[in-house]
Unconditional design. Structure first.
Length: 57
């Protein structure tokens, strides 16, 4: 027999799992950005030289 409760429950679980996945991807991306020296240099107003890999203030 068709049950709206099961459909609703599975829908809520699907939406929540997508939300949790999106949040996890966001935090992994942010962690990778903080590890990127070029991005850190630009955050502090520096100029990053790709050739020498040095941050110039």
């Amino acid at each position: 027999m068709f049950s709206w409760k099961k459909v609703l429950f599975k829908g809520v679980i699907a939406v929540l799992s997508l939300f949790v996945f999106a949040v996890a991807v966001f935090f992994v991306g942010m962690a990778l950005l903080t590890l990127d020296p070029k991005d850190r240099c630009l955050d502090y107003g520096g100029r990053y030289d790709d050739a020498t890999k040095i941050c110039e203030k």
